[in-house]
Design a protein around this ligand. Structure first.
Ligand code: SAM
Length: 286
């Protein structure tokens, strides 16, 4: 639920008894697409704000935390990622980070709602600056169906950058979907999924992701926490699953010598994110 009172945008997390607010100058856009309500605000201190069905998606100021951690740990864990598929990610920030890796030869963004991308092009152009890269491909449709139809053993890395596990995104947190991801992955392939708040969801959503990824055959699964101020509790996570690679080893030298700019990710942050808080170890161990 969201409210806009005396210049403040507020997202209320009823079940948690918490809320998050940003002081806004104005609402820049609102529309109802085939899939969701889309809103864009101009905020006083966080730049532009995108809201989907009342949930904060991203802001100009702090989306780098999420987009860097949803991409670089998995890309530097994979031995040689060449073909990458992003499910969701309509704001194009994840695609931009993926294409910073010169070894990536082909990247697909499979977003169900084209309107998200069109609004991002207008209100978050800095996230769309790689959209013209010849390696970038766009498919507007359901990622669940796309993963059923894709050629087996054809993808190195699958990034599930979706909304919360409700509505059209619910199927992206299901065992059948992970099984389809497994079939799509080449040997040495990795899946990484936005996995919500460690504080709120370690014993529920995150544990379910671990269990279902392992049931689907992803032998190694690890959750990496990271800060994300605009999301519930300000603490978020991504969960990586791999067919065969232990996920505590990554191309540390390549990460340290990466030929591109990041603002949060580096090899020490990557190594640190693999160190699990005790309550997560307790909640997630088999
Ligand atoms: N950073 C955001 C977060 O963590 O909540 C997610 C960013 S991106 C805007 C999420 C995208 O997932 C949305 O644009 C939404 O339309 C898309 N999405 C939801 N369900 C989908 C599905 N089944 N297939 C493809 N895209 C989907």
């Amino acid at each position: 639920m969201t409210t806009l009172n005396d210049g403040w945008f507020t997202e209320v997390f009823q079940n948690e008894g918490t809320a998050f607010s940003l002081k806004v100058r104005s609402k820049l856009h609102e529309e109802q697409s085939e899939f969701q309500k889309l809103e864009i605000y101009d905020t006083e201190t966080f730049g532009n704000l995108m809201v989907l069905d009342g949930c904060v998606m991203l802001t100009t100021r702090d989306n780098f935390l999420y987009h860097e951690m949803m991409t670089h740990p998995a890309l530097f864990t994979h031995k040689d990622p060449r073909k990458v598929v992003i499910i969701g990610g309509g704001d194009c920030g994840t695609l931009k980070e993926v294409l910073k890796h010169p070894g990536v030869e082909e990247a697909w963004q499979v977003e169900i709602d084209e309107r998200v991308t069109r609004l991002s092009e207008k209100y978050f152009p800095e996230l769309c600056e790689s959209n013209g890269d010849p390696r970038a491909n766009f498919f507007f449709g359901d990622g669940v169906q796309w993963m059923r139809d894709i050629e087996p053993n054809s993808v190195d890395l699958i990034i599930i950058d979706s909304t919360d596990p409700v509505g059209p995104a619910e199927g992206l947190f299901a065992l059948d979907f992970y099984r389809d991801c497994m079939l799509a992955l080449k040997e040495g392939g990795i899946v990484v999924q936005q996995s919500e708040s460690p504080l709120l969801h370690a014993e529920t959503i995150i544990r379910d992701i671990h269990q279902d990824m392992k049931k689907a055959g992803l032998a190694h699964v690890v959750t990496l926490p990271f800060p994300q101020p605009v999301y519930p509790t300000g603490w978020w996570s991504c969960t990586m699953g791999s067919k065969s690679n232990p996920l505590h080893y990554f191309r540390e030298e390549d990460a340290a010598e990466r030929p591109f700019v990041t603002r949060y990710y580096n090899e020490a942050i990557h190594r640190g994110a693999l160190a699990q808080p005790q309550f997560m170890k307790d909640a997630l161990e088999d």
